[in-house]
Ligand binder design. Structure first.
Ligand code: FEO
Ligand code: CA
Ligand code: CA
Length: 628
């Protein structure tokens, strides 16, 4: 634990978090004991449960939010976080400056309260990736290869420092939230931050490199997409598209070739391997095995070493949102965001303890399972355990480390259901039901349609609702159904299934992230809407999950052109909704690159000298009050 001046309040904060969650757990348990189904905080059946006026869908250079709300950028790429951080100067950006400033392409946002009044907290934010061509002048290139060839070592160093994550203390004042520059909690994590590999795969020979003979120490985390906050106040962060960073080629006949192929290694998007041998497969063939994990970070101690928890498997991790089993074990739901990959669940061996320090290594031992969705609406979690069900030496799995390093191959061997790109998976704290965002899969063919992935091709994605048997996140079986097939309901060929109450602004495509407010209502953030695909920008839609309005969506917020919507997160009092605007200023079409000189928007500063800046935005009701 840290010796920070505010540390003594931590127990109270954690107790506060526990009390809110335990209350929900308690009401759930009481309802179950009484033999009645737990209810969400539903509005009367004849009225929507959301009261904001619906926003008009569309695309332009600005961020828009429903009338009666205000959205203020809170943290922009380059904003100084430490007292000694230089002001942001995009024309003179350096790695040294970037390490002291807010990073690029904010994705997951978590809020950890520092008081019980809702006025102070820590924001933990993932910086997933970088758009070099939008960050640096003079990189206008025909394609990605051209950008990779043009980048110099100093620019690559900036990119590495702009990856990772940020811990930022924020306070709420009369005119809204502001960051506490120089707070003792402030931390930047980058692609160079030393981290431990822990759990069953730590120290395995397949994680050993020349620079790390222990197989237990790695520099940095990359492509951290979504995540979660645990009840003991740590931040979980999922490494996703790690394949984009590794260049060169494995030596001929190398034993990692199949593993590399399964993770898509070789589809290079970055110049890092030109200057850093650890990203060159020919020189460091095991380095990719040290990425693709869930990282646990203690935001209360800036000196704490982040831990890559290998027990949660290695794949393209979207998020790591959790819940508790009825017996107190911690459960983490995990999506592998790629076409035909899988939905996972980790259940700890131990139980969550009220004393914070007792949970330090809870995520190092437990069972990782993968979901099989049966056509009849039932489902089962298949455990990925070495020695069982063919996960043995005869099939190339010599140990549990092998099962975890090659989680995808193990899941396929067990007969897991191949899904349409599983993104965020979150449990509704009021009902115990679990929601899976499946963003799309244009490669699924009509003859690959099946009930859990009912459209081939699936251009607009869908949302699956899982009801764990016994309303227990630790149960081995569940029931499931499709909550909504996304896309334009006015086009019969799209086969969307929003409720008929959904307006022309209310439908959306490509669900990616989601959040529940304190009343257990679902809010979905999208990635992939644009003028061509849906005639609308990405944004936030509130979705009814209960009663006759189930499946009705309503548009709340939309991002500037080129951006996607990430990180939705409510404060415990529901009075602030944090959202993350990622890669504003990209061209509004698929595949085009864009440039620093000609971005599609200069949001949020709209200054001719300023490029667009990915930013976390705080949304509040004008005059205060609960959102929605
Ligand atoms: Fe980084 Fe799956 O989105
Ligand atoms: Ca995502
Ligand atoms: Ca995304």
């Amino acid at each position: 634990m840290s010796d920070l001046p505010d540390a003594p309040t931590l127990d109270a904060v954690i107790a506060h978090r526990f009390s809110r969650r335990d209350l929900m757990r308690g009401s759930l348990a009481a309802a179950l004991a009484a033999g009645v189904a737990p209810q969400a905080a539903a509005a009367p059946a004849d009225r929507p449960s959301f009261d904001f006026p619906e926003l008009a869908a569309g695309v332009d250079e600005h961020l828009h939010v429903a009338e009666g709300y205000e959205a203020k950028p809170l943290l922009r790429w380059g904003d100084p976080l430490f007292a000694d951080a230089p002001a942001f100067d995009p024309k003179k950006q350096s790695a040294a400056a970037q390490e002291r400033q807010f990073g690029y392409n904010n994705d997951f946002v978590g809020f950890i309260p520092l008081d019980t009044e809702g006025r102070r907290g820590l924001l933990v934010v993932n910086h997933e990736y970088t758009n070099a061509e939008l960050m640096f002048p003079g990189l206008d290139a025909a394609d990605r290869k051209g950008v990779i060839a043009a980048l110099n070592p100093a620019q690559v160093a900036v990119e590495m420092a702009a990856h990772g994550g940020s811990v930022v203390e924020i306070v709420r004042e009369a005119d809204g939230w502001r960051p506490v520059v120089g707070s003792p909690y402030t931390r930047r994590i980058t692609a160079l931050t030393p981290m431990d590999l822990t759990g069953p795969a730590a120290g395995d020979p397949r994680l050993v490199t020349e620079a790390d003979p222990s197989g237990r120490r790695v520099l940095g985390m990359i492509n951290n997409c979504s995540g979660g906050v645990t009840p003991w106040g740590t931040w979980l962060s999922g490494e996703e598209n790690i394949n984009y960073y590794f260049g060169g080629a494995l030596p001929a006949g190398h034993p990692e070739a199949g593993n590399a192929k399964a993770m898509g290694i070789g589809s290079l998007q970055y110049a890092w391997s030109r200057f850093h041998p650890r990203f060159d497969l020919a020189r460091t063939p095991n380095e990719p095995n040290r990425f693709g994990w869930v990282v646990e970070i203690d935001p209360f101690d800036p000196g704490a070493t982040p831990k890559k928890r290998t027990a949660l498997g290695r794949f393209k991790h979207e998020g790591a949102a959790g819940a508790r089993a009825i017996d107190g074990r911690y459960v983490v739901y995990l999506g592998d965001d790629e076409r035909f990959q899988h939905v996972y669940r980790f259940v700890s061996n131990g139980r969550v303890q009220a004393e914070r320090g007792a949970n330090v290594d809870l995520l190092d031992s437990g069972t990782l399972s993968v979901a099989r969705f049966e056509p009849d609406g039932t489902g089962r979690w298949l455990p990925l355990v070495h020695g069982a069900n063919g996960l043995d030496a005869g099939n190339g799995f010599g140990s549990q480390a092998d099962v975890l390093i090659e989680t995808r191959r193990a899941a396929k061997r067990l007969g897991a259901t191949p899904m349409d790109r599983p993104e965020d998976i979150e449990a509704n704290p009021r009902t115990g039901r679990v929601y899976v965002m499946l963003t799309n899969n244009t490669k699924r063919t009509a003859d690959q349609e099946e009930p859990a992935n009912p459209r081939g091709p699936n251009a607009f994605g869908h949302v699956i609702e899982i009801a764990p048997d016994g309303t227990d996140h630790g149960a081995e079986t569940f029931r499931w159904e499709v909550l909504v097939r996304c896309g334009d309901p006015a086009k019969p060929e799209v086969k969307a299934s929003f409720s008929a109450l959904t307006t022309e602004n209310g439908w959306f495509g490509m669900p990616d992230n989601c959040a529940f407010d304190g009343r257990g209502r679902l809010w979905i953030a999208t990635d992939g809407n644009n003028r061509r695909a849906t005639g609308r920008a990405d944004g936030i839609w509130a979705v009814e999950t209960e009663g006759p309005r189930r499946g009705t969506a309503r548009h709340f917020l939309r991002v500037p052109v080129g951006a996607e919507m990430c990180g939705p997160c409510f404060t415990p009092d529901d009075e602030t909704f944090f959202v993350a605007v990622q890669h504003p200023g990209e061209p509004d079409e698929d595949g085009a690159l864009g440039s620093y000189e000609k971005p599609s928007t200069r949001w949020p500063d709209f200054s001719p000298d300023m490029p667009p800046r990915p930013s976390v935005v705080a949304v509040r009701r004008t005059g205060g009050g609960r959102i929605g």
